[in-house]
Design a protein around this ligand. Structure first.
Ligand code: UDP
Ligand code: MG
Length: 318
């Protein structure tokens, strides 16, 4: 069978509430557009009825293909598995909760046919987000684009169209620390973006707590920049210089005026300050070291329990 024009890759973790709406909406959309397509659903270790609903969906329409993970591996890895399995001329990662409006795909296709390899959906405003999330997102993009060499478009999600050759190159990046937006940007090619308004989740709950988002941000920064390590080094150097100057002053003062006993406060301040700095710097090093350790173990990125409509991806364990 000839590969379809479009592969829609949908990672899913406990999405039973939204699946019926998702398939109806996508089905209707593709009837109108008239492109050949496949929908690759990655069941990322769901514990609800997601797996069962996916079997039913596949039996009704075999353009819906399924990868079941053996446990939850996280959205970034699920997306990777979907890219590995996709065969379309263009691939579109898509959230199960319909926060990515399918109608935008028409614009994506137009831009793609104009010759762009990557067409990013960029959120116009973050009206549906909380104030904290808006604030942290803005600052995250500011920091990461300052610190890293690759340009990650501000407020671009994973929702985008990628030409086959971009997908092929992205699939060669097998690092464990998978900050997909960063990897997509790193690969390069001709990119453009299309603004859109992101609606609320169609049903169900978000799977990303603030703690998870914070760790995700750390993954992004450590994966694409070693500037924090340099900063740690500079903090150390600066502290050392201050210590030498202050030490010389003390030495001279002692020579000139003799020994005076009081000085508890200044000693405590110095000990606490330098102790704190050391711990911070060690923590920064630890963030990198931990990730280095993870990379060095050479485990596969994910374990597939079963598939529907796709071969078992033994060959993709590179
Ligand atoms: N997701 C996943 N594995 C996870 C967490 C999330 O596959 O461990 C999927 C989820 O089912 C959804 C997409 O990633 O299709 C985006 O998640 P969510 O909507 O919860 O994130 P938000 O939009 O709130 O950032
Ligand atoms: Mg969502």
């Amino acid at each position: 069978m000839a590969p379809p024009t479009l592969s829609i890759v949908v990672p899913m973790f406990n999405e039973e509430d939204v699946l019926p709406i998702l398939f109806t909406r996508l089905g209707k959309f593709f009837d109108q557009v008239g492109e050949t397509f496949e929908i690759i659903c990655i069941n990322d270790g769901s514990t609800d009825r997601t797996a069962k609903l996916l079997v039913e969906a596949h039996n009704k329409d075999d353009r819906i293909k399924v990868i079941n993970f053996s446990r939850n591996f996280g959205k970034e890895v699920a997306l990777t598995a979907g890219l590995d399995a996709s065969s379309g001329d263009a691939v579109i990662p898509f959230d199960a909760d319909l926060q990515d409006p399918p109608e935008l795909i028409i614009t994506f296709l137009e831009k793609w046919r104009e010759g762009y390899d990557v067409v990013c959906g960029v959120r116009r405003q973050r009206g549906t987000d909380t104030a904290i999330k808006r604030w942290s997102a803005t600052n995250f993009y500011r920091v990461i684009n300052r610190l890293s060499g690759v340009r990650i478009p501000t407020n671009a999600g994973d929702f985008r169209l990628m030409d086959r050759r971009v997908v092929r190159e992205t699939c060669r990046l097998r690092e464990k620390n998978r900050f997909m937006k960063g990897l997509f940007a790193w690969v390069g090619f001709r990119q453009t973006s299309v603004p859109y308004d992101r609606p609320e989740r169609a049903a169900g709950q978000t799977k990303f707590s603030y703690w998870r988002l914070w760790n995700f941000a750390l993954d992004g920064i450590t994966g694409f920049s070693s500037v924090p390590l340099h900063i740690a080094g500079y903090i150390g150097m600066l502290t050392a210089v201050i210590a030498v100057i202050y030490g010389s002053l003390l030495f001279i003062r002692t020579l000139a005026y003799g020994v005076d006993v009081p000085g508890y406060a200044s000693i405590m301040v110095a000990v606490l300050l330098i102790g704190g700095l050391q711990l911070i710097v060690l923590g920064v090093i630890g963030e990198y070291l931990g990730r280095l350790y993870e990379e060095s173990r050479k485990r596969p990125l994910y374990i597939v329990e079963s598939t529907l409509g796709l071969p078992h991806p033994e060959d993709t364990y590179r």
